[in-house]
Design a protein around this ligand. Structure first.
Ligand SMILES: [Zn+2]
Length: 300
């Protein structure tokens, strides 16, 4: 029995040391319906997420110029609200520019153009973190290396992603389909089931690459689905033994010093980039449920 309980305690201790940092992209946003673009809806969604994330560290990657329906004052109000509630604000370009579609110089200008609003949001401090839009880091080696050098020059740390539950896709469908079928709770369970599968996948991929659990970085977005799912999402992470840590702390994991030689158009998870670099085969990632994927495609 002693052995059994020693093993059990060791397993519990290992489970409890699992760590994940939460990142929310595309702020300020107010939801996926047309009315969600207005300031009131944006404020409400922001406040809901902030309330749910009470005392939980998270990094919010913002595009100050994406929400065209909001005035500059409106954007400032939302960014200040995140910052004043204790969250870290990161740069996600001014208007969610796509590096695969515009010249590098324009993309770099987009990064710089986001800074004045972000600095106002933080009471003057510059950004420390940058998140590549669509996780696209450069369609060839030349662009990728030039952007990396640009980020270093501007003291911006790129924030990788190792866990991704396609919440943006589920959220788009949630706005209409789940309400039409009058079962939003059932839809949210399916979203979290898929996230659960992606967490398992990320854990297995990390073990294949590093032979140990790593501190993960979860990609989420500011959307109504996450606001409505947050208590259950946090419970899911806790059930799987995760404590939520700050991005800064996650990045101290040596895994994030790994070489990344991937240069191409795809917006890959960093686990896949490291696997590519070291020629380690990973199984394909879990795919989203077919009916939700097709509902998403019909909406586009
Ligand atoms: Zn984004």
């Amino acid at each position: 029995m002693r052995w059994a309980s020693a093993i059990l305690f060791a397993a519990l201790a290992a489970a409890q040391t699992r760590q994940v940092a939460l990142t929310f992209d595309d702020a300020p946003r107010g939801g996926d319906s047309p009315s969600g673009r207005q300031l009131t809806a944006t404020l409400t969604l922001t406040q809901e997420l902030i309330r749910q994330l009470d005392q939980i560290p998270a990094t919010i990657f913002a595009n100050p110029g994406q929400a065209r329906e909001l005035s500059e004052e409106g954007v400032d109000q939302i960014l200040r609200l995140w910052h004043d509630s204790g969250f870290t604000l990161g740069n996600h370009t001014f208007s969610h520019a796509d590096l695969n579609k515009i010249p590098l110089a324009e993309y770099q200008a987009e990064i710089l153009r986001a800074e004045p609003a972000l600095r106002r949001g933080r009471g003057g401090a510059p950004s420390r973190y940058f998140r590549h839009t669509f996780l696209r880091t450069g369609s060839n080696g030349e662009i990728r290396d030039a952007l990396t050098a640009f980020l270093t020059e501007h003291k911006l740390i790129a924030a990788p992603v190792t866990m991704d539950g396609s919440d943006w896709l589920f959220a788009r469908v949630y706005a209409t389909w789940a309400r039409a079928t009058a079962d939003p709770a059932g839809f949210r369970r399916r979203y979290l089931d898929y996230l659960d599968q992606q967490i398992s996948y990320a854990e297995q991929a990390a073990l294949a690459l590093f032979q140990r659990p790593i501190a993960h970085i979860l990609l989420l977005h500011v959307n109504q689905l996450n606001a409505d799912s947050m208590p259950d999402l946090l419970a899911l992470l806790a059930r799987r033994g995760y404590s939520v840590i700050a991005l800064e702390q996650a990045l101290r994991d040596a895994a994030y010093q790994s070489r990344d030689d991937y240069a191409g158009p795809e917006g890959l998870s960093w686990l896949r980039r490291w696997a590519y670099t070291r020629s380690i085969p990973l199984p394909p990632e879990p795919v989203e449920p077919a009916d939700i994927l097709s509902a998403y495609r019909k909406q586009r």
